[in-house]
Design a protein around this ligand. Sequence first.
Ligand SMILES: [Zn+2]
Length: 81
Amino acid sequence: MGQKITCAQAVDYLSKKEEGKLTLRQRYQLWRHLLACSLCRLFRVQTKHLTRSLRQVPPANMPAGDKAALIEKLAAEKNTG
Ligand SMILES: [Zn+2]
């Protein structure tokens, strides 16, 4: 159960979670990742907000620095596999 997931996986799990497609194990891994990763916590908040208000309100702005950092992190993980 100690297996860690990457930020890219966490983002993927978050979108699946919205659709109720996560297994118990995946939810546990996601929860552990979110405990350790403030960027993905921020992303989760943004995602929730987006999902709820997609129709009425323009997407909330993630602070530019955090967004860039997250994108950078995701890109780095893709490169390293
Ligand atoms: Zn993360």
